[in-house]
Design a binder for this molecule. Structure first.
Ligand SMILES: Nc1nc2c(ncn2[C@@H]2O[C@H](COP(=O)(O)OP(=O)(O)OP(=O)(O)O)[C@@H](O)[C@H]2O)c(=O)[nH]1
Length: 964
C-alpha cells in the first residue's frame, strides 16, 4: 500500500494523462509497455516512470523522423507506414503537441517490413496472418480493439496529409501500406485517404483476431459494465468483419496487379475484380482464412432479428477457397456491374433498423468502391438493389437476385461452402452474396413497433457521440443522499445559471469542466429499482452514500446489491467527514467485504470523502464521475428519433398530464408524436430542469413535456413517431396487449416452473434473495444453496439480509426475476401486497434442509409439492392470560380472514416466526368456536406453546393438496 501522504505529492496516471491531453488508458498502455507496474488511472507515477514515458515519446519521435527521412529517400514500399502509427499518430498529434506521433513504435516497423515484402498475394496472406497472430504491442491492441469513429477519421484525415501521400497512402495502414508500395504508387489524395480508411480497419482486425477485446478489458479499469457495453462487442465485431480483412489481403494483391490508374487507387484495382471488396471479398486464400478465423468474434451472429437459425458455416465459408482469378472469372460470368453505393439520407425515424453494424454498414453505405464493368456475356437483368426483410434460403436469394440457384450455390462454393437450395442464409451472407453479384442490399427488418422497448438499436459506430453519464445516488436512510443531491444542484445553479430556478423534474444536469452529468433526482431506490423492475435501465453510474460516522447499514448493502445486479459502476461517497467520530478508513475497510476495494488499496472502486453539508469534496466527486464516464465511453446517436424512459409523471391541474422523461437516444423535438407506455401524445412544450423552454433535447437530457393524453407511469418506455396516428394506434395496441398479459399467466420465474424454464434453456442462473432471522443461518443457507449442483443451472444469490422481507426485496426480486427465500421471517404487509402484484415467488421455511431440498428438487425438475399452504387469516394478540391448567390464552382481534379451530398456526413476532404448530383451542367469550371471522375478538391457545406476548401475530393456514 502506498503511503497516502507521499501520494499526494506525486502525479497520478490520470493527472499525467490530463497534462498531456491524453487519456489515462493511453498512458497505462505505454506504462505497461515499458514494464512499469501500473494498476489503473489512480496509480501513482514515480518520477522515474514519468522520465521513462517521456523518453519513450522522444524515441518514438526520433524513430518517426528517421522513417520519414527514409521514406523521402524513395524507399516507399518498405518504410512507409505501418498502419497503426498511421491511425494513431494523428490522434496523438492532434491531441498533444508535446508527444507527436507517439504511438508508432518499433515493433510495427518489423511488420511493415514484412508487408513491404508482401507485394504478392501469397505474402500478403502471410502478412495478414502474422498480423493477426503475432503478439502485438499492447497499445496496438488497444487501438485495434477500439474502432472509434474519432480515430478512424483521424486516420482517414491522415491519408489526406501531404506527408501521408508522400508515403503513398501507405499511411493508410498495414494493407494500405502493402498496397501502397504498388497500387498507390501514384498515390493521390483520395487514394491516400481511402487507404487510410481501409488500413484502419485491418488494423482493428489484427487486434480482434488476437483478443483485442481481451486487451481492451485489460486496459480499462475493470468496471463490470465493460463487458456489457455494446460498443465493446461492436469493437471486436467491427474489427473482425470481413470488410477490414478483405482490405488486408487486397492491399498487396491488388496493387500488384492493378496499379495507379484505377479510380480510387489501390482499392479501385481491387474492386474491379471483387465487387465486395469492402465487405471482405477475399483475394488470397490465406487471407480469407484469416478472416475466417476472426469471424467468430463478430457480434452479428446475434443480429438475426428474425430469430431464425443462421447457418454457421456461412461465416468461415467466405474466406476459404477460390483464388482471385477464379473469383474474377466468376464475377465476369455473373455479369457483375459496377455500382456505387450511396449512403441513404438519414431519417430520424429510421432507427438504423437496416444497419448491420459498423463494418458492413460502412462498406455498403459509403460508396467507397467502384468497380469496372465487366464485359457482359448475356443480357444482364441483375437488379441494382434488393430489399431484404430477413434471412432467406439460397433459392429465395437467387430469385431475388434474378439468378439461377445454381449460380448462387456456385458462388458459395467459391467462397468455400457447400450449400443446398434450401439452406438458409443469414443477412450477412445475403449481403455478401449480393455484393458478389454487384447488387446493393437494403435491409428492412419489419420492426415489431408495438414492442419498441424490446428492440435493441444498432447504431453505426460513426454515428455515436459522447453523451453525459446518468447518475443515481443510493444509500442508507439519513446518510445524506438528499443533502448531496441538493448540494450538487445548488452548486451548479449558483455557478451556471444566474438566478436560475431549478425545477423539480425528477432529474437535473450539472456542468463540470464543460462536461455534463445527469443526476436522477429521486433519492432512494425508486428511480433505480422500480424502473429496473419495469425493464428500464436508466442509470449509468451509482453513487453509494455512506455516513462516515455511522458505517455500512442494511440499506447500504441493499444499494450495493442493487447496483451490482444492474451491473453499473459504483462510486462510494463517504459522507459527513466533517463530523466528529467520522472514520472514512473504517468505511473503506468494511466496504471490502462487498468487493468494493479502494483504489489506493489496490482495488478498483473510487471512494470520495465528502461532506454534503459543508460542501467538501464535491468537486472531486464530480470529477470522478466524469472519469468513470470517460472510461466507460457512454455514447448515443443524437441524429434519430428520441427514445427514453419516463422518470415521473403526474396530472397537473393547469397543464394536464405532464411527464418527465430522460431522453436516452436520439433527439426529441417539440411537435414530435410519441408513445409513452400505453399512452400517446404530441410534444406541446418541453422544459429542462432549469425551467428553460427547449425546442429539442438530445441524449441524457431530462425534460418535462406536456401534450400527453393520459398520465404514464414511471419507468414507461418512450419513443417518438413520425405521425400521431401511428403513435395512437401503437399506444392502443400496447394497452390491449397489456390488459391481456395481465390476465394471462405471467412469466416470472417461480420454483414450480423452474424446471420448465431450465428445460427451455431460458435461464442459467436461479436468482435468489435470502432473508433470515439471524446472520448465521442466512450465510449458511447462502453457501448451501450455492453448492447445489445441477447441470446447466446454478443458484445466484443477489442479496441476503436479516429481518422481515421488505418491499425493497420484492422490487429487487421483480427486477431481477429472483425468488425470495424467507428463513424464519415473514414479509411485511406492504411487501406481501407488492409481491402479489409483481407475482414474486416467496418461499418461507424454518428448516434449512427443507429449503435446500426444495430448491434442489426444483432445479432438477423433481419438484412435486403435494401440499400448498392456504392462508386463512391472521389475528393480533392484544392480551395474554395465563390460566392454570390451560396454559396461555391469547386474547386476539382477527385482523383479516378468519381463524379456524384445528388449523395450522404460526406465531410471528416482529416479522420473525417464533412458533409453528397447531391451534389448540379457539373460544368466543367462554364458548368453543369452530371459526371466528375478521373484526371479532377471540381467545386462542397454541398446541404446546405458551410464550405468547402482546403484539404477536397468529397466522392460521391449512395445507391443501395440489394437483400437478
Ligand atoms: N454533519 C453533516 N451532516 C450531514 C451531512 N450530510 C447530511 N447531513 C445531515 O444528515 C441528515 C440526513 O440527511 P439527508 O440528506 O436527509 O439523508 P438521506 O439519506 O437523504 O435520508 P432519507 O431521505 O431519509 O433516506 C440531515 O440532517 C443532514 O443535514 C454532512 O456531510 N455532514
Amino acid at each position: 500500500m502506498t503511503n497516502k501522504q507521499d501520494n499526494k505529492d506525486k502525479t497520478r496516471v490520470y493527472e499525467y494523462a490530463k497534462s498531456l491531453n491524453m487519456s489515462s488508458k493511453e498512458i497505462i498502455t505505454i506504462l505497461k509497455r515499458l514494464n512499469i507496474p501500473v494498476n489503473n488511472h489512480m496509480s501513482v507515477m514515480e518520477n522515474d516512470a514519468v522520465d521513462k514515458v517521456e523518453k519513450f515519446f522522444r524515441d518514438i519521435k526520433a524513430n518517426a523522423a528517421a522513417k520519414r527521412a527514409a521514406t523521402d529517400g524513395g524507399n516507399v514500399s518498405s518504410t512507409t507506414t505501418n498502419q497503426k502509427p498511421a491511425s494513431q499518430a494523428p490522434a496523438q498529434e492532434n491531441k498533444n503537441a508535446a508527444a507527436p506521433a507517439s504511438k508508432p513504435a518499433a515493433p510495427e516497423q518489423t511488420t511493415s517490413g514484412q508487408s513491404a515484402q508482401a507485394s504478392n498475394q501469397t505474402s500478403a496472406q502471410g502478412q495478414s496472418q502474422s498480423q493477426s497472430q503475432s503478439p502485438r504491442r499492447s497499445d496496438d491492441q488497444y487501438v485495434a480493439s477500439r474502432p472509434q469513429p474519432g480515430r478512424d477519421q483521424r486516420s482517414g484525415g491522415q491519408g489526406h496529409r501531404p506527408s501521408s501521400q508522400g508515403s503513398s497512402g501507405g499511411q493508410g495502414g498495414y494493407q494500405g501500406q502493402r498496397s501502397g508500395g504498388q497500387g498507390s504508387g501514384g498515390g493521390q489524395g483520395g487514394q491516400g485517404q481511402r487507404q487510410g480508411y481501409q488500413g484502419q480497419r485491418p488494423s482493428g482486425q489484427g487486434g480482434s483476431g488476437q483478443g483485442g477485446q481481451g486487451q481492451r478489458s485489460g486496459d480499462r479499469p475493470p468496471y463490470r459494465s465493460n463487458d456489457q457495453r455494446p460498443n465493446q462487442s461492436g469493437g471486436g465485431g467491427y474489427n473482425s468483419r470481413p470488410g477490414g480483412q478483405g482490405g488486408q489481403g487486397q492491399g498487396g494483391n491488388r496493387s500488384g496487379n492493378n496499379s495507379g490508374p484505377r479510380p480510387g487507387g489501390s482499392s479501385g484495382g481491387q474492386m474491379a475484380s471483387s465487387p465486395s471488396a469492402n465487405s471482405g471479398r477475399p483475394q488470397g486464400g490465406a487471407n480469407r482464412s484469416s478472416a475466417g478465423n476472426n469471424r467468430p468474434n463478430r457480434p452479428f451472429d446475434n443480429r438475426n432479428q428474425s430469430g431464425r437459425p443462421v447457418i454457421q458455416e456461412a461465416k468461415p465459408q467466405f474466406h476459404v477457397g477460390a483464388s482471385a482469378a477464379e473469383l474474377d472469372e466468376a464475377a465476369a460470368r455473373a455479369g457483375v456491374k459496377t455500382q456505387k453505393k450511396t449512403k441513404p439520407t438519414p431519417n430520424r425515424f429510421d432507427d438504423n433498423k437496416g444497419k448491420r453494424g459498423p463494418g458492413g454498414q460502412r462498406g455498403n453505405a459509403r460508396g467507397r468502391y467502384q468497380q469496372e464493368t465487366v464485359k457482359k456475356e448475356k443480357i444482364d437483368n441483375t437488379p441494382k438493389k434488393i430489399i431484404v426483410r430477413g434471412t432467406m434460403t439460397v433459392g429465395e436469394t437467387a430469385k431475388l437476385l434474378h439468378k439461377d440457384a445454381s449460380e448462387v450455390i456456385k458462388k458459395l462454393l467459391f467462397l468455400g461452402t457447400m450449400a443446398t437450395i434450401n439452406q438458409e442464409l443469414d443477412l450477412d451472407a445475403i449481403q455478401l452474396i449480393s455484393s458478389e453479384f454487384g447488387v446493393e442490399v437494403e435491409v428492412k427488418i419489419k420492426v415489431e413497433e408495438d414492442n419498441f422497448e424490446t428492440i435493441e438499436e444498432v447504431d453505426d459506430e460513426a454515428d455515436l457521440l459522447e453523451r453525459p453519464p446518468v447518475v443515481t445516488i443510493m444509500g442508507h436512510v439519513d446518510h445524506g443522499k438528499t443533502t448531496l443531491l441538493d448540494a450538487i444542484r445548488s452548486t451548479n445553479v449558483t455557478e451556471g445559471e444566474a438566478g436560475g430556478i431549478t425545477q423539480h423534474i425528477g432529474a437535473y444536469q450539472v456542468e463540470v469542466n464543460q462536461k455534463k452529468i445527469t443526476f436522477l433526482d429521486t433519492p432512494g431506490h425508486e428511480a433505480f429499482t422500480t424502473m429496473r423492475a419495469r425493464g428500464a435501465q436508466v442509470t449509468d453510474i451509482t453513487i453509494i452514500v455512506v455516513a462516515a460516522d455511522d458505517g455500512i447499514m442494511p440499506q447500504t448493502v441493499e444499494a450495493i446489491n442493487h447496483a451490482k445486479a444492474a451491473n453499473v459502476p459504483i462510486i462510494v461517497a463517504v459522507n459527513k467527514i466533517d463530523k466528529e467520530g467520522a472514520n472514512p478508513d473504517q468505511i473503506k475497510q468494511a466496504m471490502t467485504a462487498y468487493e468494493l476495494v479502494p483504489e489506493e488499496w489496490g482495488g478498483d472502486t473510487i471512494f470520495c470523502e465528502i461532506s454534503a453539508k459543508q460542501r467538501i469534496g464535491l468537486e472531486n466527486l464530480l470529477e470522478m464521475i466524469l472519469l468513470v464516464a470517460e472510461v466507460q465511453e457512454y455514447k448515443a446517436n443524437p441524429n434519430k428519433r428520441a427514445r427514453g424512459t419516463v422518470i415521473e409523471a403526474e396530472l397537473d391541474k393547469g397543464r394536464g398530464p405532464v411527464a418527465r422523461i430522460l431522453i436516452q437516444h436520439g433527439t426529441l423535438k417539440v411537435g414530435d408524436s410519441f408513445v409513452a407506455g400505453v399512452n400517446f401524445g404530441r410534444v406541446r412544450a418541453m422544459v429542462n430542469d432549469k425551467g428553460k423552454r427547449l425546442k429539442e433535447a438530445g441524449p441524457s437530457t431530462p425534460v418535462e413535456i406536456t401534450g400527453l393524453t393520459e398520465v404514464p407511469q414511471a419507468g414507461d418506455p418512450f419513443l417518438a413517431y413520425e405521425d400521431e396516428r401511428k403513435a395512437r394506434d401503437i399506444a392502443e395496441r400496447r394497452a390491449t396487449a397489456l390488459r391481456q398479459s395481465e390476465m394471462t399467466a405471467n412469466s416470472r420465474v417461480t420454483l414450480d416452473d423452474l424446471f420448465k424454464h431450465i428445460k427451455d434453456g431460458e435461464i442459467k442462473d436461479l436468482n435468489v434473495i435470502i432473508k433470515g432471522d439471524v446472520q448465521g443461518s442466512v450465510e449458511a443457507l447462502k453457501s448451501s444453496l450455492e453448492k447445489i449442483e445441477v447441470e446447466g443451472v446454478r443458484v445466484k444469490t443477489l442479496h441476503i439480509g436479516v429481518g422481515a422481507i421488505t418491499e425493497s426485496d420484492i422490487i429487487l426480486a421483480s427486477a431481477s426475476n429472483a425468488i425470495i427465500i424467507g428463513f424464519n421471517v415473514r414479509p411485511e404487509p406492504a411487501a406481501k401486497t407488492t409481491a402479489d402484484q409483481e407475482k414474486v415467488d416467496i418461499r418461507l421455511h424454518n428448516i434449512i434442509y427443507n429449503v435446500i431440498e426444495e430448491i434442489e428438487q426444483a432445479m432438477k425438475g423433481m419438484l412435486d409439492p403435494v401440499f400448498k399452504e392456504v392462508a386463512l387469516g391472521s389475528a393480533e394478540v392484544r392480551n395474554v392470560f395465563k390460566i392454570t391448567g390451560a396454559g396461555t390464552i391469547a386474547g386476539c382481534m382477527i385482523t383479516n380472514g378468519k381463524i379456524v379451530r384445528n388449523a395450522q398456526a404460526r406465531l410471528v413476532r416482529g416479522g420473525i416466526v417464533v412458533y409453528e404448530g397447531k391451534i389448540d383451542s379457539l373460544k368466543r367469550f367462554k364458548d368453543d368456536a369452530k371459526e371466528v371471522a375478521q373484526g371479532y375478538e377471540c381467545g386462542i391457545s397454541l398446541e404446546r406453546y405458551h410464550d405468547i406476548k402482546e403484539g404477536d401475530v397468529i397466522e392460521a393456514f391449512i395445507m391443501e393438496t395440489v394437483e400437478r
